[in-house]
Write a protein that binds this ligand. Structure first.
Ligand SMILES: [Zn+2]
Length: 326
């Protein structure tokens, strides 16, 4: 697997030194770190996925990614192998994966609406999961790269891209230490990713670093204080718990580890001060179901009353964070 334009933008994520290809992997010419290629995907992770060790992850991939398996079969097999993820939520997760292309399409439309100059060139799909956004972007952007910390999702995503005949290289890496040259991308999108990284501040810095001058980023995230149930554990009021209790409550009620750290509007504004701004999502007609559409209308009515404005701004389910590199 050698893609010249991808190799041309890759650098060592640890020291940003030049890389040399060596025996199906990469090695840094400066710090001598070696980066393997696994299942055709370069693995530049400096830190493992916090939820699974590299060895356990490979064992799992071996079990779900049997040759000839379709993307849908892989996803189903994956959840059979993942009993710690609550079975009552599996169908919801699978539906979200299927809807990700449409969702990605919507996010890219919003990015273009906000920054009319951005809409082609090179896009980084940061936290790409199984590649829904990458598929949506591949028709518009000249080149798209998908990055995720979870090699297992990338292996599924690779199969999905193949089935859709979409040519997007996938790279395994930490959002806090991207293996790309400064200024490599015209746009960076990250849909519901910042609540899963170890350091939102480092993800912000890396995003800005890999953007060209005039390039833009567009993140979405779920609000800690959303008026709706917490999206990972589906529990109402979960965000009001002290952070130290969240894990215990998730394990007790959903028998699942809690895999997110949702930020409030104030926390997001603090992380992105001087770099980007936090905005309330703007919805387009038909984008949400009937029930949500009603909800949106009542919110709009409420937020026209000054006393409610503060409340509404702080309890919406989701925020967008966007910014442009000067
Ligand atoms: Zn290095």
């Amino acid at each position: 697997m050698t893609i010249p334009w991808l190799d041309a933008i890759l650098v060592c994520p640890a020291c940003r030194g030049e890389l040399a290809g060596r025996g199906g992997g990469y090695a840094c010419e400066v710090c001598a770190r070696a980066y393997p290629v696994r299942y055709g995907i370069p693995d530049f992770r400096l830190q493992p996925d916090p939820y699974i060790s590299v060895d356990d992850e490979i064992r799992k991939i071996e079990a779900f990614a049997a040759p000839g398996r379709s993307f849908a079969d892989m996803v189903r097999a994956y959840y059979v192998l993942t009993p710690e993820s609550p079975p009552e939520l599996h169908s919801r997760y699978i539906a979200a994966m299927a809807a990700a292309v449409m969702r990605g399409d919507g996010i890219l439309r919003k990015l273009r609406a906000e920054y009319p100059g951005i809409g082609s060139g090179d896009l980084l799909d940061l936290g790409c999961g199984t590649g829904g956004m990458s598929i949506a972007a591949s028709g518009e952007f000249d080149r798209v790269v998908g990055v995720d910390i979870a090699l297992r999702w990338l292996v599924m995503g690779q199969q999905r891209l193949k089935e859709d005949t979409v040519d997007v290289p996938l790279v395994c890496a930490n959002a806090e230490a991207l293996p790309f040259r400064p200024g490599a991308f015209d746009a960076v999108v990250a849909d519901a990713v910042i609540e899963h990284v170890r350091s939102p501040g480092m993800m912000r810095d890396e995003t800005v670093r890999v953007l060209r001058r005039g390039g833009a980023f567009f993140f979405t995230t779920n609000n800690r204080y959303s008026i709706l149930p917490e999206p990972h554990v589906r529990l109402l009021g979960f965000g009001l718990l002290p952070r130290a209790w969240m894990e215990t409550v998730a394990r007790r009620v959903r028998r699942t580890p809690y895999k997110a750290r949702l930020l409030s509007r104030g926390e997001l504004a603090a992380v992105f001060r001087g770099v980007g701004r936090v905005v309330l999502p703007w919805f387009e007609a038909g984008e949400l179901g009937d029930r949500n559409e009603q909800l949106r209308r009542s919110w709009e009515r409420m937020s026209s009353y000054a006393p409610f404005r503060f409340l509404v701004r702080n309890v919406v389910p989701q925020y967008f964070i966007l910014g442009k590199r000067a």
